[in-house]
Design a protein around this ligand. Structure first.
Ligand code: ZN
Length: 153
């Protein structure tokens, strides 16, 4: 037994349902009653307007539409779940620490001889890693984010 997966079951043609199709007599796209089906396609239809029975033909509108039914790229750019700033800051901190032991961090003071990658222990902000030095200032990446601290004084 084959199970047909019907995506648009509500709009799928079926015997007894109406379908908009080309009427050979009325010469227009009109509602037709489906009298017979072949597979998923109506085979015989009856015009609701003139009452004539004829083979199913695609409505002009649908026939025109057909060549353009290439699959729409479903790559509707889905935004990645935005990492919260907290997670990103912690990851940056962890990346800079690497597999070093933060217990070996140097106590921070403005007189600290700053070095990129040096782990510092700040009395207020906790452990951080120096990521950038700009003269007497250094960007220290703490677990909760980077801070610019005075160094090399
Ligand atoms: Zn007709």
């Amino acid at each position: 037994m084959t199970l047909h997966r019907l995506k648009k079951s509500d709009t799928l043609p079926a015997v007894g349902r109406d379908v908009d199709t080309w009427c050979t007599k009325c010469k227009a796209d009109l509602a037709h009653l489906i009298l017979a089906m072949v597979g998923n396609t109506p085979a015989k239809v009856k015009c609701n307007t003139c009452g004539s029975e004829h083979k199913y033909r695609l409505s002009k509108a649908e026939a025109a539409k057909k060549p353009a039914t290439r699959k729409k790229a479903t790559t509707s750019r889905r935004l990645l779940p935005k990492k919260d700033a907290e997670t990103m800051a912690r990851e940056r901190f962890e990346r800079l620490v690497g597999n070093r032991d933060v217990a070996t961090a140097t106590a921070y003071s403005p007189r600290l001889a700053a070095e990129k990658g040096l782990m510092v222990a700040h009395t207020k902000f906790g452990n951080g890693v120096i990521d950038e030095i700009m003269g007497t200032k250094a960007v220290v990446v703490f677990e909760d984010g980077p801070r610019t601290l005075v160094v090399n004084r």
